[in-house]
Design a binder for this molecule. Structure first.
Ligand code: FES
Ligand code: FES
Length: 168
């Protein structure tokens, strides 16, 4: 039987933030490292690398996922969305980002990309969450700076802005 070296490289091609991109990855390369080092998008942060802190959260086929628990190879042919996709091409913040700014939902900002991506997914599925539901989603993220109050206010305000924009 032919043995494949464990660090053999392969090509990964995916749709990233609406654009087809391609890069080299070893079979063991994490999606976090692929995004940051191979593609050069450093908005996705790396904290615990154990699926606990949530700062590496991205959307895979529209669903929030920990990129530190995903192999780059697993995203071949799939759609990935990172925090870089949220603002408009002119740099205009989207309603969720804007609410984070207004309600002081960040300090150092290390946890912020992951939280933004989690709620980008969650608010699509639940556009009118209760405070308790927002707290539950935030339970999947560790923020060492904000005390969480600003985060809760920001998410509830963003949800309201988005509902109003849709005329709901
Ligand atoms: S770095 Fe992925 S959950 Fe902490
Ligand atoms: S803003 Fe610093 S860890 Fe959340």
């Amino acid at each position: 039987m032919r043995r494949v070296a464990k660090d053999a490289k392969g090509r990964v091609t995916l749709t990233l933030n609406g654009q087809k991109v391609s890069g080299e990855a070893e079979s063991r390369t994490l999606l976090t490292d692929f995004l940051r080092h191979e593609i050069g998008l450093t908005g996705t942060h790396v904290g615990c690398e154990h699926g606990v802190c949530g700062c590496c959260t991205v959307l895979i086929d529209g669903v929030a996922a920990r990129s530190c628990l995903t192999l780059a190879m697993q995203t071949d042919g799939r759609t990935v969305q990172t925090v870089e996709s949220l603002a408009g091409p002119d740099g205009k913040l989207n309603p969720l980002q804007d609410a984070f700014r207004t309600h002081h939902a960040l300090q150092c900002g290390f946890c912020t990309p992951g939280i933004l991506m989690s709620f980008t997914d969650y608010l699509k599925r639940n556009p009118d969450p209760s405070e308790g539901e927002v707290r539950e989603v935030l339970g999947g993220h560790i923020c060492r700076c904000t005390g969480y109050d600003g985060l809760i206010k920001a998410v509830l305000a963003a949800a309201k802005t988005m509902r109003e924009a849709k005329g709901a």
